[in-house]
Design a protein around this ligand. Structure first.
Ligand SMILES: [Zn+2]
Length: 126
């Protein structure tokens, strides 16, 4: 595993969103359902997306060898989301110690997702 890639759902910050909803949106785009492996609701609740053994669909040209985690919201995230995210990342790093924690925009310069500096955030909390 090379990358743990953090995304945002690009949904309004004041709106709760579930993995099931995202799954429905992605299906209606004609995709194979939710493209992320994990989803973190505004409440901080962790939900499963695709199983890890199934390649994700979340980052152009880098889906192979990456795990995608998506946060509900657009550019402000809750403290509970931050704590859940730290927990998921730490569990993944136990299994994939060489994986790098990055934001979507770090791998695709045309994107701003997830609208914060993931590397700086991770350095500050890990
Ligand atoms: Zn993204």
């Amino acid at each position: 595993m090379k990358y743990i890639v953090i995304h945002c759902a690009d949904t309004p910050n004041d709106r709760e969103v579930t993995a099931r909803e995202v799954h429905g949106w992605h299906l209606s785009n004609g995709w194979n359902g939710i493209g992320y492996h994990y989803f973190i609701r505004r409440s901080g609740q962790l939900e499963n997306g695709r199983p890890e053994y199934w390649m994700g669909s979340h980052v152009r040209k880098k889906n192979n060898g990456s795990i995608g985690i998506c946060l509900a919201g657009r550019d402000e995230f809750t403290e509970k989301q931050s704590l859940t995210l730290q927990g998921v990342i730490n569990q993944l790093l136990d299994r994939y110690p060489n994986a790098e924690v990055v934001g979507h925009c770090d791998l695709d310069s045309r994107k701003t997702c997830p609208n914060f500096d993931v590397k700086a955030w991770w350095e500050s909390v890990k």
